[in-house]
Design a protein around this ligand. Structure first.
Ligand SMILES: Nc1ccn([C@@H]2O[C@H](COP(=O)(O)OP(=O)(O)OP(=O)(O)O)[C@@H](O)[C@H]2O)c(=O)n1
Ligand SMILES: C[C@](O)(CO)[C@H](O)COP(=O)(O)O
Length: 250
């Protein structure tokens, strides 16, 4: 990063993948010739080879040691820090920030990316860094909503439309989300102390009165949540590799 600031990457990986319904946490499911976690880690490391990668892991994680060995064989220069995750994603991210207390400076940048989003591209990562680096607060990759959005309500075990929302100015929040260390740490700490439902880092900054930047990102930066998402990710990654190869050959 510029102006003598460092970049730290926090990659929350302590989830159990309940909605995936697999017999192991979804971040350890196979994807192409690796695991989902390794694909995502590799993309972040390739974009920021000097950055420390901080991984909050589930306290009963059995899979990380073998994955770590394989990852370091593929990327021997990677700098990895692990810590325990927490009850919710926001708790895990805060634990990751706390693991950096002795290392990070207040104005250092922290990039937070779900390990469940393996299709993140190098270009989108660079767009985010370029877009926020001169901003006082920071921001997030996001994709403008392209579908008509409905608010639903449950009636007799079915769902009915209660309203159609104006989709203008509606965005899908993606990751990475990138903020200054001290602002993010303080906002997350205060938001969690107030019992706020913080499903992403931006919502903590918003609750603290800031207005993060929305940086347009690719819609194929999907979060692997449900079983069908994994097959889609395989197709998207294969397509991205083919497109990149074709561009290189031109
Ligand atoms: N307590 C938690 C919950 C989630 N995550 C991480 O946050 C990212 C996004 O969360 P999500 O997609 O919801 O993953 P899970 O919580 O595993 O999924 P589910 O809600 O279906 O259990 C994932 O990389 C997940 O590993 C985390 O580090 N700590
Ligand atoms: C952070 C996030 O990916 C932004 O869309 C999303 O909020 C994570 O939600 P989850 O329920 O923890 O997967």
């Amino acid at each position: 990063m510029t102006n003598n600031t460092c970049l730290w990457c926090v990659l929350p990986a302590a989830g159990i993948g309940e909605r995936m319904g697999a017999d192991l946490p979804k971040q350890y499911l196979p994807l192409l010739d690796q695991t989902l976690l390794e694909v995502t880690l590799g993309r972040i490391h390739q974009a920021f080879p000097e950055a420390y990668l901080v991984l909050p892991l589930h306290q009963e994680d059995l899979w990380w040691p073998a994955v770590e060995l394989r990852f370091l064989k593929r990327y021997p220069q990677a700098k990895l820090i692990t810590c325990f995750g927490g009850k919710e994603r926001a708790d895990s991210v805060l634990n990751g920030l706390n693991a950096l207390t002795a290392l990070a400076h207040p104005h250092d940048w922290v990039l937070v990316h779900d390990v469940a989003r393996p299709c993140i591209t190098q270009l989108d990562l660079q767009q985010l860094v370029t877009g926020v680096k001169n901003h006082l607060v920071g921001g997030l990759l996001a994709a403008p909503v392209a579908d008509t959005m409905k608010r639903g309500m449950s009636v007799n075990n079915s769902h009915q439309v209660s309203a159609t929302l104006d989709r203008n100015h509606l965005w899908h929040a993606l990751t990475p989300q990138m903020f200054r260390y001290e602002k993010l740490h303080t906002a997350l700490t205060q938001g969690l102390e107030k019992g706020l439902k913080l499903t992403d880092e931006s919502s903590a900054l918003e609750a603290a009165g800031y207005q993060p930047l929305l940086i347009p990102g690719r819609r194929d930066n999907i979060k692997i949540t449900h079983p069908e998402d994994l097959a889609l990710a395989e197709l998207l990654l294969t397509h991205q590799q083919t497109t990149t190869q074709t561009t290189r050959e031109k």
